[in-house]
Design a protein around this ligand. Sequence first.
Ligand code: MF3
Ligand code: CO
Ligand code: CO
Length: 251
Amino acid sequence: MRIAGRLAASVLEMIGEHIRPGVTTEELNRRCHDYIVDDIDCVPAPLNYSNMPGQPPFPKSICTSVNHVVCHGIPSDRKRLRNGDMLNIDVTVIKDGWHGDTSKMYFVGKPGVLAERLVRVTQECLYKGIEAVRPGAHLGDIGAVIQRHAEAHRFSVVREFCGHGIGRTFHDAPQVLHYGRPGSGEVLVQGMTFTIEPMINAGRRDVRLLPDAWTVVTKDHKLSAQWEHTIVVTSTGSEVLTRRAEESTLH
Ligand code: MF3
Ligand code: CO
Ligand code: CO
């Protein structure tokens, strides 16, 4: 899991310099795909992934979610990034059967003040969620701190998607909700591995699924941000398996 996590993080580190006005999300997908397969010898978990019966398989190797897209945006050669856009890139790699799942927000050129604030507060939500992780804590403690921080800034928490157990399986039990009550839910035990991946909206929390059966957007078309890490519960707290070099403050 440590190796898979570090390799997933390296994809997000690699792609940063390629995000600029004029690039298409399909170009970003192709760069990530080639890097994952050729340079780090992993399998891109999203490619042909399907979760629910009847859902068409996801057709690309990463998710690219721009502006009001909440999650699971499909890279496209018709989606060209523009100055002022913000986007999430979500990477999941499989190394020797083990999954590493992580996402971060990027700005294209210069962001607006609301985008900058939403992205910062959402990252703080992730970090506060991680801080709540230790043996004996409850899953609800994670959701509670995330919800509290988002709503203190008058943002809203998406309810339809959550973090998840992860290991040899991409999406495993438990569900890691990004809202809830302290002391509720399963007790955390050393060795558990799961993701925390809050989706926070600038407007209302409601989302809508596009006819492509994957892309999730905000109903009010206001901005949405997301950050994700894969973590393991340690004897004293947590270890962030998908930590990037720029995150020197995380342990
Ligand atoms: N990486 C996403 C997550 O954090 C799941 C993407 S599923 C896909 O759970 F099929 F859209 F790639
Ligand atoms: Co995930
Ligand atoms: Co992910």
